[in-house]
Design a protein around this ligand. Structure first.
Ligand SMILES: CCCCCCCCCCCCCC(=O)SCCNC(=O)CCNC(=O)[C@H](O)C(C)(C)COP(=O)(O)OP(=O)(O)OC[C@H]1O[C@@H](n2cnc3c(N)ncnc32)[C@H](O)[C@@H]1OP(=O)(O)O
Length: 257
């Protein structure tokens, strides 16, 4: 069964490769950051049809679940309401968009000739690898493309302890990397983190909800500079400040080609 599935994957790779090369050329990405997303969407459609025989509908980890406390739900509801603005002509898309979040991003953005190298069946996105709701990273990202910024509501679970009763600095860095990286990737296509500078200003209690506010600072060629502030939900308390540098890469960079 597995051998037959792999044979089917191999048969479709040339078609997939053509699609991928067409849509995700570096020139195209530089001119239109949208291309990465459309290539990603096309790839998902294709992989669902034929390339990914093991595929099931992916779970969107950024949907509310029973572990979310009232504050987390409140921030979610606030930004979710901004995703659709009601007008006299009926509902219209607002400036914000909720990003879905899966536990294997590459599974849903499979890429032609790289397919055989990237399939590691046990690989899972670091922030989405625990099944128990609320134990680690509960978060949802809302993107505002016009303003080139995003916000993330983050509820830190009990397995993220660093100092007693408070969130581990590495877990905070993980969330900052994730949110700034998501913004940079959304605006510029495939990126890698080159530099992350973090100032921890006040500890984050375990179980509490904070908001990460991330914004594009500037771009210089392949370099994308992004800022991030982690605050309490009412923004009265600053927990962490960071700056990040991302470099646009082509997919070959990930596979040493
Ligand atoms: C799409 C979104 C979907 C998201 C879904 C999942 C969500 C999760 C998202 C999570 C996202 C998490 C993402 C992750 O966690 S990525 C994982 C952590 N990051 C890495 O492992 C990256 C490892 N490093 C590299 O691969 C390369 O060094 C990179 C790619 C970074 C640069 O490559 P390369 O070395 O070949 O670069 P270049 O020679 O072309 O130089 C280009 C320019 O950049 C300047 N430069 C380079 N490095 C630095 C530096 N450190 N400080 C300051 N400047 C630096 C350089 O001087 C030059 O400037 P200029 O001379 O042009 O002025």
């Amino acid at each position: 069964m597995i051998r037959r599935c792999l044979q089917a994957v191999r048969r479709f790779i040339p078609h997939y490769h053509a699609l991928f090369q067409d849509a995700v050329s570096q020139r195209g990405l530089a001119e239109s950051p949208e291309l990465w997303c459309s290539a990603h969407r096309s790839a998902r459609g294709l992989s669902k049809m034929s390339l990914w025989p093991f595929s099931v509908s992916p779970r969107d980890f950024s949907q509310p679940n029973t572990s979310w406390n009232a504050e987390m739900q409140e921030v979610y509801d606030h930004y979710n309401a901004l995703c659709e603005v009601k007008t006299e002509e009926g509902e219209k898309k607002g400036p914000w968009r909720k990003l879905p979040s899966y536990n294997r991003s590459l599974k849903y953005a499979t890429g032609g000739v790289y397919l055989s190298k990237i399939i590691q069946s046990k690989a899972r996105l670091f922030t989405r690898n625990i099944k128990e709701h609320g134990a680690t990273f509960e978060y949802v990202v809302f993107m505002n493309k016009q303003e080139k910024r995003c916000v993330c509501a983050f509820q830190a679970g009990h397995l993220l302890e660093g100092p007693p009763g408070h969130v581990h600095g590495g877990a905070i860095a993980t969330m900052i990397d994730t949110v700034t990286g998501t913004l940079a990737g959304y605006l510029a296509g495939p990126i890698m983190t080159a530099n992350l500078n973090i100032n921890y200003r006040s500890p984050i209690p375990l179980g509490s909800v904070v908001v990460l506010h991330s914004a594009l600072d500037r771009t210089e060629g392949k370099k994308i500079f992004v800022t991030c502030r982690v605050t309490s939900t009412d923004e009265s308390k600053l927990h962490t400040e960071a700056t990040a540098l991302f470099i646009s890469v082509n997919m070959g960079h990930l596979f040493g080609t």
